[in-house]
Design a protein around this ligand. Structure first.
Ligand SMILES: O=P(O)(O)OC[C@H]1O[C@H](O[C@H]2O[C@H](CO)[C@@H](O)[C@H](O)[C@H]2O)[C@H](O)[C@@H](O)[C@@H]1O
Length: 379
């Protein structure tokens, strides 16, 4: 299935941002020639070639374009455009629930590995990011799935924060868009190190500094919220009056001008500031698959469920590997590299429950477990 450009959607543009982000080709930053500082024990430093060239974080025109696209996405406008192409999208990205049997058939003889985004996938989108709790039922469904299949949470959030929401020690956690990865308390450990991977530890002081600068700069904007995600920072637009989006974006831009080693990406009504390294959720998925022993295997079937633009990097990795598939959580059509869709977090829970049932009954249904599954389950 090829990538379908279905339509510009609400949250997609959520910050479709615009500032699209980055954008114009004038480069403000060329990576330094020297190697990044050696990382402390247990961490892996990113080679220089993995540093991204940062492009301009967006001139006035870009910001205007972004704000305009946000305004165009009024609920009324969205409703009509979304329904127009919904049928086409349903054809291109059928429901992962109605296709469950086919999905399981495709996974036969392979090790399913589950990757789950957090916000908008396991928890509904809410105004206050500190209160984006997942339901007990969702936690139970994720716990059940992890009994049979290695499971990782891959989030833009700080790893500790997302762990405090999920609270399941048996999972892998990739926080800060995959820049901070930790394995299960009792599971696979590389060289007995609790932290499997930190991609950008040398950026920690800078991130902390920019977080404080953004707090100060945006404090005059009612509703603006700055969230420290350890290796990245989020500036939330969700509770800011639309009339102030432009000035908030300008504030972010003015702070970022002082930090050429940081770049902007976009999420759902949020601008995310992160290091200019070539690391994203897709790279985190690759890393985790390798850590689980599936570097060059054909018998692995990764399933990634996510709702956001940043999840597209992971969808693309699966598509490029020709292994498993991505599932986009969205009520409306979007431009995506995912193969299937789910409407909302409650459907993600149903999918997880179905997978659990499959795991539970598979031994009796003649599906053979791979060695990796046995290792994971300790059977
Ligand atoms: O990768 P994710 O786990 O999806 O994290 C991406 C961002 O999620 C959070 O923001 C989003 O959810 C909030 C709570 O529902 C919502 O208020 C906000 O508008 C959304 O963008 C999180 O707060 C961010 O830091 C993450 O970058």
């Amino acid at each position: 299935m090829t990538k379908q450009n279905v339509l510009v959607s609400d949250e997609q543009s959520d910050i479709n941002m615009a500032i699209t982000v980055a954008v114009s080709n004038s480069s403000l930053f060329s990576p330094p020639e020297q190697k990044p500082p050696a990382a402390p024990g247990g961490y892996v430093a990113i080679p220089r070639k993995k540093l991204l060239k940062r492009t301009d974080i967006g001139g006035g025109a870009r910001i205007t374009a972004w704000v305009d696209s946000m305004r165009a996405l009024s609920p009324t406008h969205l409703k009509s455009t979304a329904s127009l192409s919904a049928t086409q999208d349903q054809l291109q990205h059928p429901s992962a629930l109605s296709m469950f049997e086919q999905i399981i058939h495709a996974s036969k003889g392979k090790q399913i590995v589950m990757f789950l985004d957090y916000d908008g996938t396991l928890s509904p989108i809410v105004d206050n990011p500190d209160r984006a709790f997942m339901s007990k039922a969702m936690r139970a469904a994720v716990r059940d799935v992890a009994r049979y299949f290695p499971t990782a949470i891959v989030s833009g959030r700080c790893r500790d924060k997302v762990y405090s929401f999920v609270r399941l020690a048996e999972l892998y956690y990739a926080g800060s868009h995959g820049m901070d990865i930790k394995g299960p308390a009792k599971g696979y450990k590389k060289g007995n190190q609790a932290v499997l991977f930190q991609a950008a530890s040398e950026f920690l002081p800078m991130i902390d500094e920019v977080y404080k600068a953004l707090l100060e700069k945006t404090k005059s904007t009612p509703g603006a919220k700055v969230e420290n995600n350890k290796f990245c920072v989020s500036v939330h637009f969700r509770c800011v009056d639309e009339m102030r989006w432009r000035s908030l974006a300008e504030q972010v831009k003015s702070v970022l001008k002082e930090y050429p080693k940081l770049r902007l990406t976009q999420g759902r009504k949020v601008l995310e500031i992160r290091p200019t390294i070539k690391w994203d959720k897709g790279k985190a998925v690759k890393f985790l698959l390798e850590s689980l022993g599936f570097a060059n295997c054909n018998d692995v079937f990764p399933v990634y469920i996510g709702d956001d633009r940043t999840d597209e990097d992971a969808f693309k990795v699966l598509r490029d590997r020709g292994q498993g598939f991505g599932i986009l959580v969205s009520k409306i059509p979007k431009d995506t590299s995912a193969s299937y869709s789910l409407q909302e977090p409650s459907e993600a829970r149903t999918f997880a429950s179905l997978l659990f049932c499959y795991g539970l009954f598979a031994p009796f249904g003649g599906v053979e477990r791979t060695d990796s599954t046995r290792a994971h389950l300790r059977v």
